[in-house]
Design a protein around this ligand. Structure first.
Ligand code: HEM
Length: 482
């Protein structure tokens, strides 16, 4: 006769064996599906692509000749990056991007997934939340996404831009060869988002560096470095024991404290003067957060408000400064395009020193230029989803629950969609040239804006995969007054 312990042991062993075999079987099925996907570099048997150059310096990808890109991506709809044994499956074609983004809204936030590393920073704000929580909060925040909310901000954009230009002029006097625009633009966009969304006037641009911008920069860098070490990526405890983890926590505490401080100041202002929320004043994003109610009349908790403030400050600052930096880089790199944009701005604005809301719709060449800039340098390079139903496309099958990404960088350079992908050609976005192009071919925002600028030719920019698409060593520009 077997004892109860022996029976329990046999059942447990059988169960563990069943789980292990099932997982191995699923892993093998996934491996067989993905092994022939477009692959940016040789795969190390243990590190996968983690030790490949393109993970810390994107020049090998950016400088790939059209022929190499053609060889790698032509006729493919998927690409693969191996994070050790973890397969980062990426849609690189409008068909696969559409399939992923239409099939599922759910972001992979559990352990071992990309969004998990954002959770400690952004909590369950809109970028990171899922399901009912995301739907409820998104609905409550709908007024914050209304296009017209931007109209009164044009005055702030003008004021902030004037400060930025004065600063650039001063820095150019100190360093006539070129200046690194990274910190200048980080502070400019931080100034704008704080003033527009949070009514926070902190004289941000008067400083050379701001601790918030520095902390966000370091957080982005440390998060991507965490991906390189699977034991840090998979275990918060092990990560916290490392020097990187300790630095990360220090910056995290700072940015959360900064957001708490802004919220506390606004609460006090409203307590002192309740008429601020009486509907006669323009409500900023923070006011909307504090006053929003769901269908049952329940508002957001303090933690939810903090998560959304962190999310908006990050999403609204790092993305816009990244878009601006690469746009200025491209203005410098393509002087003919710069001239076209410059003449258009002069024609539309005449002698007026400030931009008006109505001007924005008239700046068509600038719009084409910005689109082409964001095609080649999408500020956000990747988004991920967990499939809520099976995905089947051209013989490729992924079961429900598979974590699948869309790589905007690959998508925007796909040789079947963008011939001569590396050529900077804003006319690609003229309506007549887009007639046959799938709307999912250009997704910088996922699915569902009297100086002459010249590049410092001695300074080669090293683009880098981070939270947003940054340059590893800054972007050096020489501004000549016209
Ligand atoms: C050039 C500027 C911008 C770019 C390229 C950009 C790009 C994106 C992308 C690709 C996503 C999807 C992210 C994902 O799927 O994980 C996203 C989401 C989001 N962005 Fe932006 N963004 C920009 C500016 C802004 C600004 C100025 C704000 C706020 C003031 C903002 C707030 C958000 C929020 C809240 C989400 C999450 C939306 C949701 O899932 O409900 N973004 N953005």
């Amino acid at each position: 006769m077997y004892s109860l312990m022996q029976i329990l042991f046999a059942v447990m062993s059988g169960y563990v064996l069943w789980v292990v075999v099932t997982k191995l079987w699923r892993y093998n099925a996934l491996y067989q599906t993905v092994r022939n996907f477009a692959n940016p570099a040789p795969v190390h048997w243990f590190w996968g692509h983690l030790n490949a150059t393109f993970m810390t310096d994107m020049r090998p990808l950016i400088n790939m000749s059209d022929t190499e890109v053609y060889r790698m991506h032509h006729n493919t709809k998927w690409a693969i990056t191996w994070l050790g044994f973890l397969a980062l499956i990426q849609a690189n074609h409008p068909d696969s991007a559409k399939a992923v983004l239409k099939l599922s809204d759910h972001k992979p936030t559990g352990p071992g997934h990309l969004y998990n590393i954002l959770t400690s920073f952004l909590g369950e704000g809109l970028i990171n939340s899922n399901g009912a929580k995301w739907k409820r909060n998104r609905k409550m925040l709908t007024p914050a996404f209304h296009f017209d909310i931007l109209r009164p901000y044009v005055r702030i954009y003008n004021e902030a831009a004037d400060i930025t230009l004065e600063k650039i002029a001063r820095l150019m006097k100190e360093s006539p060869k070129s200046i690194d625009i990274t910190d200048v633009l980080n502070l400019a966009t931080l100034d704008v988002i704080l003033r527009c969304a949070l009514s926070y006037q902190g004289r941000i641009q008067e400083q050379e560096k701001h601790p918030y911008a520095t902390a966000v920069y370091r957080i982005g860098l440390l998060m991507i470095r965490r991906l390189m070490y699977p034991w840090h990526f998979l275990s918060w405890t092990l990560y916290m024991m490392s020097d990187d983890g300790k630095e990360y926590k220090r910056h995290l505490d700072y940015v959360h404290g900064f957001a708490d401080d802004i919220i506390a100041k606004r609460r006090k202002a409203v307590a002192d003067d309740p008429s601020l929320l009486d509907g006669k004043h323009r409500l900023d994003f923070l006011d909307i957060l504090m006053t929003a109610r769901d269908e049952s009349g329940v508002g957001l908790t303090d933690q939810e408000i903090r998560d959304e403030v962190d999310t908006f400050m990050f999403a609204g600052n790092d993305t816009t400064s990244t878009a601006l930096k690469w746009a200025i880089y491209n203005l410098g790199k393509y002087p003919d395009e710069q001239t076209k944009v410059y003449h258009e701005v002069c024609d539309v604005m005449g002698d007026r020193p400030t931009v008006e809301w109505e001007d924005l719709g008239k700046l068509q060449k600038l719009t084409l230029f910005m689109k082409e800039s964001m095609r080649l340098f999408p500020p956000v390079t990747i988004t991920s989803r967990v499939l809520s139903e099976p995905l089947q496309l051209d013989g490729v099958y992924f079961p429900t629950g598979t974590s699948v990404s869309v790589n905007f960088f690959y998508l925007h350079r796909h040789p079947d969609i963008y011939p001569d992908h590396s050529v900077f050609r804003p006319e690609r976005f003229l309506p007549e040239n887009m007639e046959d192009r799938d709307p999912y071919a250009f997704l910088p925002f996922s699915a569902g804006l009297r100086f002459r600028i010249m590049l410092d030719e001695d300074h080669e920019v090293i683009p880098l995969y981070e939270l947003t698409f940054r340059s590893k060593n800054g972007i050096h520009i020489r501004f000549d007054e016209r």
